[in-house]
Design a protein around this ligand. Structure first.
Ligand code: AHM
Ligand code: MG
Length: 334
């Protein structure tokens, strides 16, 4: 009979809170609510082929992309869960043009704001490919008596208090950091709990996987083209050619690369001159996780988490992964 350490996400959050004598439990409570929302989204995704929730919602998100029904559903679930936590005073999400401000004595006074992509990679969902949720938590900079405003959401990634992702894959996992390492929890569907399965996740210094949408190769900057050719060269002492793996679902590509070692690239191109991925709710949270796992995340010229966001849906070139591989890329690009 197999056994595993049954440390639930909530046990773990409370245990970690005790490491900080002045912790008030507000962040713990917020993380707990994110875990609950993730379970609700998971339950819906697991039934995706059976009920009428696949396909387009018939509307576009703020970037003019088709919203899927599950995008809408996930957005609503996370907004409701975060609002009812009482610790979050507002949320910025891929699905809403402007920040959603929570009002009233309870939610409006929350200490934190959350930036998130409630369902990333959702264009994959109709073909049963893994998708994810990505979140980022900041301490608000406005006074708690006031309503939150855009300044609370446009903070540098280095100010994140916590960040994480949920991957709805062959199993469902929640991975998060509060700046003291990265821990991963796998949902045990028989008991409905996220259980600690990947303590203290670390990414290898180098790896063999490169992940990029190579169909866009002709549109990439010369330095990136050069690096891709380097990945494909035959040089057994340096383990090349590398292995190409690209799911097209950020959380899945990043999660795999963290575990195995590798590099993920979403460069600027003619179609996306600033890259495709969004700084505030995709790149910053993933960068926090990557750095805490020992990796590097850059826009090609500097640290992603040092960029000052100017708007909620701002895009950025994004390269992240094993430190040796990123160093090589940056050396070729700059
Ligand atoms: P989305 O937020 O609209 O789902 O788009 C983000 C997704 C990422 O998950 C993935 O890394 C990327 O888009 C894939 O883009 P492409 O299909 O251009 O390779
Ligand atoms: Mg997205």
């Amino acid at each position: 009979m197999s056994s595993y350490d049954i440390t639930s996400l909530n046990d773990f959050i409370i245990r970690k809170q005790k490491d900080f004598p002045y912790a008030t439990g507000e962040l713990s409570n917020l993380l707990h609510h994110i875990g609950t929302a993730a379970k609700m989204v998971n339950a819906k995704i697991r039934k995706a082929g059976l009920v009428e929730i696949l396909g387009k919602a018939g509307a576009e998100n703020p970037q003019g992309e088709q919203q899927q029904k599950l995008d809408r559903y996930s957005d609503e679930v996370f907004i409701d869960a975060l609002k009812s936590s009482g610790q979050c005073a507002g949320i910025a999400s891929e699905e809403n043009q402007n920040e959603v401000v929570f009002t009233g004595e309870f939610a409006g006074r929350g200490k934190y704001v959350v930036c998130m992509d409630p369902l990333d990679g959702s264009s994959n969902i109709d073909v049963n490919v893994s998708v994810g949720s990505i979140f980022s938590i900041y301490r608000r900079v406005t006074e708690r008596e006031e309503e939150v405003s855009i300044v609370d959401f446009l903070q540098e990634g280095s100010k994140q208090v916590a960040a994480g992702y949920v991957i709805y894959g062959s199993s469902t996992m929640l991975v998060y950091t509060t700046g003291n390492g990265v821990n991963g929890f796998t949902l045990d569907p028989t008991i409905g709990e996220f259980c600690l399965s990947h303590p203290n996740m670390k990414t290898p210094e180098t790896g063999r996987i490169y992940s990029v949408n190579e169909g866009n190769y002709i549109r990439f900057p010369d330095g990136v083209k050069k690096y891709i050719k380097y990945c494909q060269e035959n040089d057994p002492p340096t383990n090349r050619p590398y292995i190409s793996r690209y799911i097209g679902s950020l959380v899945s590509d990043v999660h795999r690369n963290i575990l195995t070692g590798g590099i993920f690239l979403y460069p600027p191109s003619i179609s996306y001159p600033s890259g495709k991925l969004r700084l505030v709710y995709e790149c910053n949270p993933i960068s926090f996780i990557i750095e805490q796992a020992g990796g590097v995340a850059t826009d090609g010229t500097g640290r992603i988490m040092s960029l000052k966001p100017e708007s909620l849906h701002q895009r950025t070139p994004f390269y992240c992964g094993s430190p040796d591989m990123i160093r090589k890329l940056v050396g070729m690009c700059c």
